[in-house]
Design a protein around this ligand. Sequence first.
Ligand code: NAP
Length: 344
Amino acid sequence: MEILQNILLAPFTTIAVGGPAKYFSRARTAAELVDLFGWARSKGENVFVLGGGSNVLVSDAGFDGLVVKIEISGINFDVVGDTVLVTAGAGVDWDGFVRECVDRDLAGVECLSGIPGNVGGTPVQNVGAYGQEVSETIVRVRCFDRAAGTIVELSNDECGFEYRKSIFNTSERERYVVLWVVFRLVPGGQPKIVYKDLQQRFSGGAPSLREARETVIAIRREKSMVIDPTDPNSRSAGSFFKNPIVSTSVADSIAEELKLDSIPQFAAGDDDVKIPAAWLIEQAGFRKGFILGNAGISTNHSLAIINRGSATSAEIVALKDLTQKSVLDKFGIRLQPEPIFIGF
Ligand code: NAP
């Protein structure tokens, strides 16, 4: 096990900001990960586990401890009855995984094409897009239990999946490190085309899994939500805020205040609705392309805070604070950031 010192973390994140890790190492196997945690314990160092770096914001001061980058690789396919169980290492690139499944004509993750990050991050926030969530196909997750120092398997139920939530980012936050994820996919299954954005592109016809994947990527690319080194709008941590879920009465009072018949909203349970955070941000006065120092709002998506080239983490946080405060002052809704903040 090789432990490096004073390694800049910015290059390991898609928003490309953040200072150094005091110690840095890579875990290619579960055994290496266990050894690294043992090493950190013996030294009294905190550990932060880094995946694809697509959903983190590292402070300018960096991380005072050991950063372990998970690089567990490999994808296995096992036919079980009419389905295929696909086991993928936490360090596998998520979109490469989706491409491989679609190439094998396996349905269940096609709408999740083009999402940055690694397989291991997907159960944590129950990644979803265009009406499909990983919780629909995850069978179990193999993890390292930091509290017990053992490897455990959690069933789908035990993961406690909800909208963008699981036990991994709520009740058991920081306890488990995801090592492998097992998905159940359907050979020759139909793609899930439930969102208007997708339906409009296939008016009437039934697309193949590959067509669904290509279309999702095209939509995401139009919004700069596919990582592309030639697109400065994609130097971001993706959506910076979660789409808030509020009661219908809150949505109605916002519409009344703005003198609108209604505002954009989607049903989210009994008496609740989900309001697009991008819409709230725009209504609070932030147009696409808004600039604050070296940080900015993507010219293609109001929900992405971007590093315009040489932003510090403090500049990203200043823009986050400003948008959050403006939405709170105008609508009484406190937007919750989606990325994880490291070293603040
Ligand atoms: P979008 O498609 O403009 O949608 C904005 C919001 O409207 C989302 O909350 C979305 O709900 C909701 N929405 C749109 N059409 C809907 C429908 N037919 N039924 C119910 N709700 C609907 O969002 P975007 O920012 O460009 O992102 C594209 C997709 O990627 C969205 O599905 C978004 O949620 C997803 N995304 C997921 C993550 C994550 O998993 N952490 C991060 C970024 C973006 P949903 O959120 O339920 O889709």
